[in-house]
Write a protein that binds this ligand. Structure first.
Ligand code: ADP
Ligand code: MG
Length: 244
């Protein structure tokens, strides 16, 4: 839990003439919960997908601890990056039960069937879905489906968990409840977390550290408190609702 787990330097990405990422530097301290906050279209998903390895950067480097996972010559495949992702649309397999969806995350592990089964059931208990393990995704509410996605992300004990606006399809009451569950469960695992959102209150409620992205540029990084006290740019002041 010491030092930096993820170090991004000079990350750049273009789509045609659009510069989606303009030389991003970002550090994720090991075991920390960092929120990347920015408006729609600011490049949040592009950065997260680059860290996941499902997108290739045009320039810059990404390190996981001592490992270079992305640079000019290197592109480590997503499944070799010891990470899990949670998306807005849950991305559960519709033809698999809740139990099977979560067990899918353990398919590459050399676990005995009984050991895997025990881990899956105990993970489902932790997200409050012990009674739903035989159900199919369409039989669950949106919030329950997102809990399954969370269980699937955590059960494989990833070193890094990436969240891409996981709550934006849910209504406000549920969002507040579930965001606390996400933060608590993620912190219990000790994994490093990067959580992206366009919702300021979500960012400030969850983060050890906030990074504010605008048009492919990080405008400010720091604790929620420091950003609240000293917004570095007019954009940050406006976007976080701190402008007088
Ligand atoms: P955010 O997640 O902050 O809403 P994105 O990273 O999805 O932003 O997108 C950043 C910019 O890059 C947007 O202008 C978006 O339209 C553009 N973009 C994202 N993905 C693609 C793509 N595959 N092809 C072309 N443009 C893209
Ligand atoms: Mg996005």
């Amino acid at each position: 839990m010491t030092g930096h787990h993820v170090i991004v330097r000079g990350a750049s990405k273009r789509y045609g003439s659009l510069e989606a990422l303009c030389g991003i530097d970002l550090d994720l301290a090991a075991g920390s919960f960092t929120v990347l906050l920015g408006p729609s279209g600011s490049g949040k998903s592009t950065l997260l997908r680059s860290i996941a390895g499902v997108e290739k950067l045009d320039g810059g480097t990404i390190h996981f601890g001592p490992r270079t996972i992305s640079d000019r010559q290197t592109h480590v495949k997503p499944e070799k990056r010891a990470l899990a992702m949670v998306f807005q649309d849950y991305a559960l397999w519709p033809h698999l039960t809740v139990r099977q969806n979560v067990a899918y995350a353990l398919r590459r592990r050399r676990l005995g069937g009984q050991e895997a089964g025990r881990r899956v059931e105990s993970m489902l208990e932790r997200v409050g879905l012990g009674a739903k393990s035989g159900s199919y995704p369409h039989e669950l509410s949106g919030g329950q489906q997102q809990r399954v996605a969370l269980a699937r992300a955590i059960v494989g004990e990833p070193e890094l968990i990436l969240f891409d606006e996981p709550l934006s399809n849910l209504d406000a009451d549920l969002r507040e409840h579930l965001r606390l569950e996400i933060a608590t469960l993620t912190r219990e695992t000790g994994a490093t977390a990067l959580y992206i959102t366009h919702d300021q209150s979500e960012a400030f409620a969850l983060a050890d550290e906030v990074a504010i992205l605008n048009a492919g540029v990080i405008e400010q990084r720091g604790s929620a408190e420091s950003i609240f006290r000293h917004p570095a740019t007019p954009f940050v002041a406006r976007f976080t609702g701190l402008a007088g």
